[in-house]
Design a protein around this ligand. Structure first.
Ligand SMILES: NC(=O)N[C@@H](CC(=O)O)C(=O)O
Length: 428
């Protein structure tokens, strides 16, 4: 197998070092390494990170291949610097059996761009009524450890309790989409002054916060582990902070869009800004950034939610919820967290690679950049400035809220087990 020498990159944003990849593995990390017969990549000034890991991606296959497939989604992931993604279960059919999770897992292996770890549904058909076959999905070839009804909330407390108890047996985790359904009937955007002015149905913060409060208490009660998807309010941060201070086994994620965008954008009535949970207020955005910096929120997860043009380019009320995110996530984190001084690159590596791999139980991702480790790596030109052009996306969908925006940073190379999936900013 081939050798690659990455020369002079700032490893995790620190000192410039050379990294020699031999086959699928990092062979050596040091200074002035001899190239020998290796292909040399001059990376002076660039930042080298462990390959990014996304705990929350919608790949849409099976069933909605018009918006994304495992192949197009993993190409988008590689372009964004990811080497592993967790695929959400809200497909058609729902990933609630060993058969469906194995299908997604196999498609991921065939794609070659990025590892795909399927997430299993908590309940049959995401209907919230009957526990899915969690054990069978765990025992399948896909080795599912993360379970989620994402897109829907597991709102029945007894079902949630049972799921938490069940996954405990094999060290699994339930990832909750915290949304009290009755409080969000007809919801179209954040509930507040703007929703009142625009006359759109409100999605109150309490609908998220009340479920999180219940679930951290349930996790404590049964001694299990819960993960909270896409935190979007300052109040949610307070509850997670309180739960962690009590020693409750809870982890939490925030999306890039909730770190940058606010509900003010909804005034445009452009449905590209329609997302679940909705964009909130400036105060929430600042609280989420602080919480990601201080570790209350563990990770950034994209909630990459591709939708075809016809489902987004319509009147607000009729439009689908969701934004694509894999190809812009790192840039948004650079802008909101690094360039604001809230995080350094080692902190980004923790929140976008080490911690998500740990939470999801991936052994070969989120590893240190050191000799003997799998060569899953991402090289970033942090000095780059560019305007987002969705026409350039690898994703099959274009529903990005950043079109025409200038964002910093560009992934120049991604390596999956030593193989370059992105070279000079272009998919290999
Ligand atoms: N996040 C989104 O806005 N959309 C998600 C599911 C969901 O959480 O509603 C999707 O699958 O499209």
């Amino acid at each position: 197998m081939s050798k690659i020498l990455i020369r002079g990159a700032k490893v995790l944003g620190g000192e410039a070092q050379d990294v020699l990849i031999d086959g699928e593995t990092i062979a050596e990390v040091g200074t002035d390494l001899q190239a020998g017969d290796a292909t040399v990549i001059e990376a002076r000034g660039q930042v080298l990170l462990p390959g990014l890991v996304d705990l929350h991606t919608h790949l849409r296959e099976p069933g909605r291949e018009d918006s994304e497939t495992v192949l197009t989604g993993t190409r988008a992931a590689a372009a964004g610097g990811y080497t592993a993604v967790f695929a959400m279960a809200n497909t058609f059919p729902v990933a609630d059996t060993a058969g469906v999770v194995e299908q997604v897992w196999r498609l991921g292996r065939e794609s070659g761009y990025c590892d795909v770890q399927p997430i299993g549904a908590v309940t049959v058909g995401l209907e919230g009524k009957q526990l899915a076959e969690l054990g069978a999905m765990h025992d399948s070839a896909a080795r599912v450890t993360v379970f989620s009804d994402d897109g829907k909330c597991v709102d029945d407390a007894v079902i949630m309790r049972r799921a938490l108890e069940y996954v405990k047996a094999f060290g699994g985790v339930v990832a909750q989409h915290a949304q009290e359904p009755r409080l969000t009937e007809g919801a179209q955007m954040n509930e507040g002054v703007v929703s009142a002015e625009l006359g759109l149905g409100g999605w109150p913060a309490v609908a998220e916060e009340s479920v999180i409060a219940r679930d951290v208490l349930l996790a404590e009660h049964v001694g299990s582990r819960v993960h909270i998807c896409h935190l979007s309010t300052a109040g949610s941060v307070e509850i997670v902070r309180w739960a962690k201070s009590r020693g409750i086994d809870v982890t939490a994620e925030v999306t890039p869009h909730h770190l940058l965008l606010t509900e003010e954008l909804v005034r445009s009535y452009n449905a590209v800004y329609k997302v679940n949970p909705p964009l909130r207020t400036e105060r929430d955005v600042l609280a989420l950034r602080e919480a990601l910096a201080d570790g209350t929120i563990d990770i950034v997860a994209t909630d990459h939610a591709p939708h075809p043009h016809e489902d987004k380019d319509c009147e607000w009320a009729a439009a689908a919820m969701g934004m694509v995110g894999l190809e812009t996530a790192l840039s948004v984190v650079q802008q909101t967290m690094v360039e604001t001084g809230l995080l350094d690159w080692a902190g980004v590596a923790e929140r976008m690679s080490f911690a998500p791999a740990r939470i999801g139980g991936l052994e070969n991702h989120g590893r240190p950049v050191s000799a003997g480790e799998p060569a899953n790596l991402t090289l970033v030109d942090t000095s780059y400035r560019g305007v987002v052009d969705p026409a350039q996306f690898a994703s099959r969908s274009r529903n990005t809220p950043y079109e025409g925006r200038e964002l910093p940073g560009r992934v120049t190379h991604t390596f999956l087990r030593g193989r370059a999936t992105v070279v000079d900013g272009t998919l290999a």
